[in-house]
Design a protein. Sequence first.
Length: 403
Amino acid sequence: MKSSRSTIKLNELKETTKAQEMEAAKIQSRSQRTQWKQWAACISATLSMVAAGSVYGWTTTIISRLTNATEDVPVHISMDESSWVISLTVIGSMIGPFYGAYVAASCGRKLCLLMSSLFYILGWLLVIFAQNVWYLYFSDSEELLLELEIVRKNIGENSDGEFDELKFSFADFLLLMSLRNRRALLIVMGLILGQQLSGNFSTMQYLEHMFLEAKIGIDSHMATIIVLAVGLVSGALSTLMVEGAGRRPLLIYSSFGLMVNASGADISSLNLLPVVDVIVFQVVYQIGLGTLPNLLIGELFPTNVKGIAGAIVTVFDGLLGFVVSKMYEVIFTNVGSHVTYLLFAVSCSLLFVFIYGFIPETKCKTFNEIQEMLGEMRPFKMTAADARCWPFKTTVKDKSEEA
């Protein structure tokens, strides 16, 4: 009897275990299917940023062909007209996030992404069938009118009330005028000003044209690809380094490197020196100034003013980018490249002083600690706490130790 009961219990245990294994397998299978759907949704949404990148990047390789009257290009434009083509792209990207945020909040992100596809298709059709430069002007505005920067930032995050911060009022504007928020806005706008006056965007837009004028020793298309690939890798490395090295050190190194590079830039040499200059420029730009200002927006501002702060920064960035892109060609053509890059070097020098004196280190800091630092109206100095977060060995005496 005992053996039969044991056999029955053993069989029941095996059946229970088998049922549990089958149920676990079903759950795992459903989880894998769900993960694939999530991956597919994220990849599909991220394609909008690939489309936006193609709009920013196509002028880099096509401007030289449009201005040099290449036979296979039906539209021929002057250098002045090319500067308008590039500048209007910036204006479109300035308007797009506001319209994109409104559509996403009103109709949902899926419809917003679908609408953006229509704008991109319309813009590229205008480029394909362009008969004169006005088609190109209008295509740039159309392609970036529904820029989905806000949707991109919210992919993968909690969607509850994520667009509430975009609905700002006059009361939110008054909050932005508080001492800490004003200083945070000054810091971010100073970095955005440094981004534009470093010359990165303008240089990248005219990159192939610049290589053709310098008569470098390798194919200009290949040189352009190499430079942009280095920029991509450098930007990825910055995201890996930021938590280890800190925000402030990377910004200091980046601004100093840009200052040195711009002051010694020589794009007239008949060799590979211009290519090396631009590659070094991309590395030092992307490891700090090119990637960290957007991170600081999330760390310096409280949630209730991030929306209006982001809107102000977007408009400021767009207007400044428009002016710099247009004036780059004017100064480059009428005065010379040496004056253009001398101005960039001076701007980077002032940026270095600004970062060293007024940009706080937010690594290892809570939000309350950051707010306390913003409330101190004096240049930031390295404290003992900052030294512990510094990537190199640094000895800084704490006030308590001095006492």
